[in-house]
Ligand binder design. Structure first.
Ligand code: NIG
Ligand code: FE
Length: 413
């Protein structure tokens, strides 16, 4: 690793925030602060200094990158993924093309249960290799911090196996990894008629064991019609709270399920998905610190309505965007596509979407202090554009890569 890297003549250095700004809300999101013709100095993997290039007095560096005509922005912070899984589900994709809905596929034992069956018979080493490959792929696509969920295990052993894989990812990853326990992702077949039995398993066995090993940063529940009810969600979140697990939950993807209000009530860091969000849900979020994380690729891929991002921003919420990378509803972790969807489908402005993908994504992983912006002393996790790309061009080129290089801790990936 070169000790010092100097980026010169950056056409536009964007996503600059003062130290201490850890999230942006409402109209604050419309500014993606920029310096034109800038320099940026990296030392030991951290942003050491930046400013107008004319003021750059640094005479030498181990590596100098000429960024003439190029933009530099912070790397994406992807606060919602399921990258530990045992194979794809393209068969169900074809079933959906033929007319079956996501919920119908789930009822037949497909969907999450299909992934669970495959994962239960896959070794920890194999799962790790697959997930590590996906992690490396998304880093090359610009992701500089990531959250990863369990939830395809659905037995104590397999949930712990997933969480240990996530722990191994943390150990080897050059970017921050947060771990989220999602044992309440779906009811296993054998518990479909004994729902309280599965809630007991989660609260009395899974949570104490995983907490004992320090395996999770957060706790998640798929709180939605056909999955976990508000009462079941409350039982799980209360049990997690006893072990210090803060919630980040799946809410209102399929229905007005009460998931958003439940998340707010339990002090969730974020509630995620939010396709079914009306005035009541927005009011509940407006009086809280809970981040509204929208996952537009799931709406795109499943043909669901999109979350009302404009109303959320108008009500001064903190809105984040994430990929939901998983084999069922979002088989991609490419955050540049999320950026395009946010602008095209959610009617977010490019600056709003970029803030939602960077600093607010970081905030949705409690990493706003340390990631998600161009700020002195944060790690140099950066995206360098190809020449002549503007801020508006980033979402506009929805299917062609405009990224020339990704730096993680100052290293080109
Ligand atoms: O976030 N909504 C619930 N869970 C995942 C989908 C999981 C799957 O289909 O495998 C999601 O979309
Ligand atoms: Fe998800």
């Amino acid at each position: 690793m070169p000790k010092s890297v100097l980026l010169r003549h950056i056409a536009s250095l964007a996503g600059i925030l003062p130290k201490g700004t850890t999230r942006l809300v409402g109209t604050q999101m419309s500014h993606f602060t920029t310096i034109t013709d800038a320099y940026l100095l990296i030392e030991n993997g951290l942003i050491k200094a930046f400013g107008p290039d004319a003021e750059c007095s640094i005479e030498r560096a181990d590596q100098i990158l000429d960024c003439t005509h190029k933009m530099v922005i912070p790397a994406y912070c992807d606060s919602h993924t399921h990258i530990v899984f045992a194979g794809w589900r393209e068969g169900e994709f074809v079933d959906r093309i033929k007319g079956l809905s996501y919920v119908e596929i789930d009822k037949r034992g497909g969907g999450i249960l299909n992934s669970a069956k495959k994962l239960q018979s896959t070794s920890e080493d194999d799962l790790f290799e697959q997930a590590y490959g996906r992690l490396q792929d998304v880093i090359k696509l610009g992701t500089g911090a990531i959250e990863v969920k369990s939830g395809y295990g659905l037995t104590t052993d397999s949930e712990l196996k997933m969480l240990r894989v996530i722990r191994r990812l943390k150990e080897v990853s050059p970017i921050p990894v947060k771990s989220n326990f999602l044992g309440a992702h779906a009811f296993p077949m054998e518990f479909k008629q004994n729902r309280s039995g599965y809630i007991d398993l989660i609260t009395n066995e899974m949570i104490p064991k995983l907490a004992g090993e320090g395996l999770a940063d957060y706790i998640d529940v798929f709180c939605d019609t056909g999955f976990f009810s508000v009462e079941e969600t409350e039982a799980i979140l209360s049990s997690g709270a006893k072990y210090g697990l803060k919630p980040k939950i799946h809410a209102n993807e399929l229905d007005y399920s009460g998931g958003i209000q439940t998340g707010v009530k339990y002090g969730a860091i974020s509630v995620d998905h939010l396709q079914c969000t009306g005035p009541e849900e927005i009011n509940s979020l407006a009086g809280s610190n809970t981040i509204a994380t929208i996952l537009p690729s799931t709406a795109f891929f499943l043909g669901l309505p999109y979350a009302p991002a404009r109303a959320m921003i108008d009500h001064n919420l903190c809105v984040a965007l994430a990929s939901d990378y998983n084999p069922g509803s979002s088989p991609s972790g490419n955050m540049s596509f999320i950026l395009s969807l946010a602008c095209v489908k959610l009617k977010m402005l490019p600056a709003e979407a970029l803030n939602a993908l960077t600093i607010n994504g970081a905030a949705a992983m409690e990493l706003g202090e340390s990631n998600g912006s161009i700020t002195v002393s944060k790690p140099a996790n950066l995206i360098i554009s190809k020449p002549n790309i503007t801020l508006e061009g980033m979402p506009y080129f929805y299917a062609d890569s405009w990224i020339e290089a990704v730096l993680i801790n100052g290293d080109v990936k």
